[in-house]
Design a protein around this ligand. Structure first.
Ligand SMILES: [Zn+2]
Length: 244
């Protein structure tokens, strides 16, 4: 089973799901950040985003795995109630983006609940030469969250966007996985990540529709020969984490 752990709800879900299947991807993990990519959504907007994901799960029950979008700046009572609503309806993960950094202790109630529910938390992370957005995590923030919650299955998004230094920063924390998305493929970065983390800590992710499935898929296929390591990256580990 080939699983893409990182895609986003969009206007054209027919195309998002159809091109995944055309590329040989069996399941896509979908979260909605809203059609305008809300950096600091209100509680109403969070519910609306998650309703979009739930609708796409209902539309494509064999292909779409829903991730619940939350904003750690909201009251924990609201976030945990929303998380329970989404998990009850079949979602299998949490997505956090740029409302605040992963080192912020306001993430702790969400992280504890992810452990209790045994679902992974996919967290955005990037290192931008132009400087990160306010609230945008770096791999050091991800490492801090992993250190605070060693039993949390934490997925750092975008290993290509975090670079070699970012991969080294999460390397000491075995509960952090890295998804392969982020920018165009770049010579040597996938090989470096495989050597540093081991293939069982890498998950294939595309960040579609912001990125192209085929290009993102090639980042893995071009760097990792057929065999158990490639299988781990393309689906085996995600299948286990998501209990699919
Ligand atoms: Zn994302």
């Amino acid at each position: 089973m080939i699983i893409d752990v990182h895609t986003h709800y969009c206007r054209d879900m027919v195309r998002l799901v159809g091109s995944a299947l055309d590329n040989g991807i069996d399941r896509i993990c979908v979260s909605s950040l809203g059609l305008s990519y809300l950096t600091n959504p209100t509680p109403d907007q969070i519910r609306e985003c998650n309703d979009q994901t739930l609708a796409s799960m209902a539309q494509y029950p064999d292909a779409v795995v829903g991730f619940c979008f939350l904003n750690p700046l909201h009251e924990p009572d609201f976030s945990l109630a929303e998380l329970h609503r989404c998990v009850k309806a079949g979602m299998r993960g949490i997505k956090l983006w740029v409302a605040t950094v992963a080192s912020d202790p306001r993430l702790d109630p969400i992280a504890r609940e992810a452990i209790a529910l045994d679902i992974p938390l996919l967290h955005h992370s990037f290192v931008k030469v132009t400087g990160n957005m306010p609230g945008e995590s770096t791999p050091a923030d991800i490492a801090d969250l992993a250190r605070r919650h060693p039993r949390l299955n934490l997925i750092m998004a975008h290993f290509t966007g975090n670079g070699q230094r970012g991969i080294l920063e999460i390397q000491p924390y075995p509960n952090v996985f890295a998804d392969s998305s982020g920018g165009y493929p770049c010579t040597g970065i996938t090989e470096f990540t495989v050597r540093t983390l081991g293939p069982e800590r890498i998950l294939f992710g595309s960040d579609a529709p912001g990125r192209n499935y085929a290009v993102q898929f090639a980042r893995v296929l071009g760097a990792v020969p057929e065999g158990p390591a490639r299988n781990a990256i393309l689906g085996d580990t995600a299948q286990r984490l998501l209990r699919l």
